[in-house]
Ligand binder design. Structure first.
Ligand code: FES
Length: 101
């Protein structure tokens, strides 16, 4: 069963951008994109590459392995929205970033 888990302090998040963390056995990207709090599994849905090494431009990130691009506000692939990043419920509670994993 999914449990809320504090993974870092809210002040550790970048004002704009992503931070890669390890939450138990899960690699996760968390951050703020255009003021929206986001969290995704750090794993490309195409072939599993770690997106932490991708290139971020604005609200998009490009996978380092084959170049697929994803919108970080929606999690959807830009050229083919049927492919999505795995979103993880995220919130800030008592100055901590809390993921429901
Ligand atoms: S593993 Fe990301 S585009 Fe192929």
């Amino acid at each position: 069963m999914a449990e809320p888990q504090a993974v870092c302090g809210a002040s550790e998040l970048p004002v704009e951008g992503l931070k890669a963390i390890q939450a138990g056995d899960r690699a996760v990207l968390i951050g703020r994109i255009q003021g929206q709090l986001v969290a995704y599994a750090d794993r490309c849905p195409h072939a599993g590459a770690p997106l932490r090494f991708g290139k971020r431009q604005g609200e998009e990130i490009t996978c380092p392995r084959h170049g697929w691009t994803f919108n970080l506000l929606t999690g959807r692939s830009v050229p083919d929205p049927s492919f999505c990043l795995t979103a993880i419920p995220v919130a800030i509670q008592d100055q901590h970033v809390v993921l429901t994993l």
